[in-house]
Every structure is written in C-alpha cells, then in structure tokens.
Design a protein around this ligand. Structure first.
Ligand code: PMP
Length: 352
C-alpha cells in the first residue's frame, strides 16, 4: 500500500478472481465459463463494430436493451446493461444499500457481495445457510434489510423455487430484494416474471455463463422502471459508456441465436448429471446443482489436497478456504471429454 492510499480503503480486502495461470495449458474448470465458443453471429458483430471504434458506444445501449426487453417481455425502461453483472450488482449495492437499509445475504454465497458492501461502506449481515447449505426462507421474511440472494446460489449450486423468492420479496415491501440469476438458465425459475408485480424486485443476469461471453463482459438488470432509473443515476455518475460497442452488438447477436445457447445449456445439464453420478460413485458428496458447476467433497481427500493434486495434473478447479466449505471444491461443467479427463485424474489421485 502506498502512503497515498485513502484510509477509507485501508482495510478493504478485494475479491480474488479465479486463477488464470499461463505456465501450461490447463483444463479450466475453475471460473464457470462455458466450454463452448459464442455463436457465429457474435464474431461477425464484433468484427463489424471493431471498424467503428473511433466512436463512443451508445450510452443508452438502445439496440441491446430493446432486444433484451423483447426477449424477457418487459419495457426498455426496465432494463439496464452493464460491464458484466458484477457491475450491476455494485451499482445496486450503491443505490439501495445504506445505514438505513443495510444488506443481508447468506454466509456462503458469491464472494463479491461482502467486497461490494465494504467498498461502498454499507453495513451487512451474513445469514448462515442451513447445515445442508440450503437457504432458510424464514430468515429473510420481513427482515427489513436490502436482501441479496443468488438463485441458484453459488458455490452451493442449490436453487430456491420461485414461490420462495416471491414470498421474500412480498414480505419486504420497503426494501429492495436483489436476485442474482447468473446461473438461472441451468435449472432455476427466473424471477423476471415478477418485476411488474413488485416495485422492490431487481433481477440481475449475465452473458458470461449460459451465453459463452465471459470475456465480453456483459450483464444486465431488470426491474421496476424507477429502480432502473436509480441505477442509471449511479451509472451516469460512474461511466456512461460502461458497455462498449463490440460487446453491445455481440449481445444482440447472441440473443438472435438463442437456440444455439439453449442447446449448449442442455449439453451442460447432461454432462452435469454424468459428472455428479461419477463423483458419487467415487464416494463424493455432491450437492444437487442447478448451475454449470458442481460443489463436491470427498470423505477420503481433503478439499485443498484435491485442488492441488488436480492442478499438478493440469486441471484447475476452485477451492475456497472459508472454514464451512474448505472440504469442498467447485468444479465447472465442461465438455464430456473434459469431464472424462477429470474423472480419470480423480480416480488416479484416490488410488495413489
Ligand atoms: N453472480 C454470481 C453468483 C457469480 O458467480 C458471478 C461470476 N463470478 C457473477 C455474478 C458475475 O459474473 P459476471 O460479472 O461475469 O457477469
């Protein structure tokens, strides 16, 4: 830390993204990317827009927002697009979290939530998940705080039914409830259909997982027009050109080729079932995943050793050192070939 660094950030512990080592070619199952490339229209859109980079992007991203509005059955004014969904989450924390409206989210969830809370100096409560890593909905009923729930949750992979999400939203009419649906396409019900009924509901999603565009950085929020207007106040006070023109039109192209992505989602779900079963046969406890990853622990091998052994053998998975989950690894679902390679290595490690 330099002696110039503002003291307000002196104790800030930043988020640690999944590693991207360059020393060898790894099978990368540690950051929940899609194993499939974007659809052909995406590359074409990027090529076309790259020839216009002398001009700023549209600060309103009208073309993309209209397309999203059409796909999700809402109005353009109910859609905000951002540089990854991390950005809409940060904007939402800034806009709707405060001393008067502190945040509440599970103890085991996306690691960026406490970081955004600390960065924006918003008080927060981490509510323990049940022993089986499920969310107890009762904990959030009428809690009177700004609620943040990833549905499905990460890294557990477990989902809540829409009726539970609705109950939480309904019981907190004076607070915003943020539902982070980064993984929703892999097996949960989206709360987008509720946004016209509840003015306090904000749903966030991303193109990084089911739409194979993690490197383009594109996320979005859908909610009541007034919530979106508040988020735009933050956005225009931060970076009005937050979505670059290549990414905007890559997003439009991806939405036009939706069938391709939904087919990939089906493949990932099949591969997830295969991997979960294989791991269970090897004695692992595998939580029931509704995402493009599984969360698993072996009674025979501690979590960190498995992570290390796999890395040595060219496979990256994600290990978290938080004590409640240190015996687990989060494994991204890849191609069948990658899943077979993983199982082969795990068998070798268990035999050694
Ligand atoms: N929410 C959750 C639960 C995530 O796991 C991630 C991915 N790290 C994100 C949001 C953010 O993803 P992105 O910024 O790529 O949209």
């Amino acid at each position: 830390m330099s002696r110039f660094f503002s003291e307000k950030f002196a104790s800030l512990v930043p988020y640690t993204p999944g590693e991207q080592p360059k020393d060898m070619q790894y099978i990368k199952l540690n950051t929940n990317e899609s194993p499939f490339p974007p659809s052909p229209g995406v590359a074409a859109a990027v090529a076309e827009e790259s020839g216009k980079l002398q001009m700023y992007s549209d600060p309103e991203s009208i073309t993309l927002r209209d397309k999203l509005a059409q796909v999700y059955g809402v109005k353009r004014q109910q859609v905000l697009v951002t540089n990854g969904s991390d950005e809409v989450l940060n904007f939402a924390f800034m806009a709707f979290g405060s001393e008067k409206a502190p945040l509440a989210f599970p103890d085991i969830t996306y690691g960026f939530y406490p970081v955004f809370a600390e960065l924006n100096r918003i008080p927060y409560t981490q509510i323990p998940l049940r022993e089986d890593f499920s969310i107890d909905v009762q904990d959030y009923m009428g809690i009177g705080k700004t609620v943040v729930i990833a549905n499905p949750n990460a890294p557990s992979g477990l989902n809540l039914p829409l009726s539970d999400i609705e109950a939480i939203v309904k019981s907190n009419p004076d607070n915003v409830v943020i539902i982070d649906e980064a993984y929703v396409d892999f097996g949960a019900q989206s709360a987008v259909q509720l946004v016209d009924r509840y003015e306090n509901l904000l749903v966030t999603q991303t193109f990084s997982k089911s739409r194979s565009m993690a490197g383009a950085r594109l996320g979005f929020g859908i909610g009541n027009e007034k919530l979106i207007a508040d988020l735009n106040t933050i956005r225009y006070s931060t970076n009005p050109y937050n979505v670059n023109r290549m990414t905007e039109f890559a997003g439009v192209a991806a939405l036009e080729e939706n069938d391709y992505y939904m087919q990939n989602v089906q493949t990932i779900i099949c591969n997830r079932q295969w991997l979960s079963q294989q791991l269970r046969e090897l004695g692992f406890e595998v939580l029931d995943s509704s995402t493009n990853f599984v969360f698993a622990r072996s009674p025979r091998l501690d979590g960190e050793s498995l992570y290390r052994e796999l890395k040595q053998r060219g496979i990256l998975v994600r290990h978290f050192s938080q004590s409640r989950i240190e015996q687990f690894n989060r494994i991204t679902i890849g191609t069948m070939e990658q899943m077979e390679a993983l199982i082969k290595q795990i068998k070798d490690i268990l035999e050694a």
